[in-house]
Design a protein. Structure first.
Length: 162
């Protein structure tokens, strides 16, 4: 089969074909479709490019190894993001020095709605915007991984809350 044939298939069709016939070209097509999205998703959680690359590679190895576990009861992307998410979670559960920020550790005043809502100011400079962005990124990296996952899946990957 040629590359164009694979490009016309849906993700679900590709994984089902790959289950029936483990042709490496089918796997390569899935890697081609997902590698950038998965790397970006993992990097946003780890903030370490080398670590993100390793976890992305590990996720694709698991995809290859556990391909027969896909049952076509949900979208392929949902199933694969579950693998990726669990890979990242397992990585952090093994890290001894990982200490995520917990909402339980925050003071009630830190959680007041007025302090969490950002309303742009017409007088905001590029430097103000950059500082606010850096502050937001720093706060995001301190979130517990499960909250990061929810935010990334909703706003970056446009998944529903369900």
């Amino acid at each position: 089969m040629d590359l164009l044939y694979y490009r016309e298939k849906t993700d679900e069709e590709l994984i089902l074909l790959f289950q029936a016939d483990p042709d490496i070209k089918l796997f390569d097509e899935l890697v081609f479709r997902y590698k950038d999205r998965i790397l970006n998703f993992v990097f946003t959680q780890t903030r370490n490019f080398e670590e993100a690359e390793d976890l992305t590679q590990e996720s694709f190895i698991k995809l290859y190894k556990y391909k027969d576990n896909f049952r076509n009861e949900s979208k392929f992307s949902t199933w694969f993001y579950t693998i990726v998410t669990n890979t990242v979670r397992n990585h952090y559960s093994k890290k001894k020095n990982f200490d995520p920020l917990s909402f339980e550790d925050m003071e009630e005043s830190d959680l007041q709605t007025e302090t969490l809502i950002y309303e742009p100011d017409d007088n905001e400079t590029d430097d103000d915007h950059l500082r606010r962005s850096e502050c937001l990124q720093k706060a995001f990296t301190q979130l517990d991984p499960i909250f990061k996952e929810a935010i990334l899946l909703r706003f970056q990957e446009e998944y529903e809350y369900e």
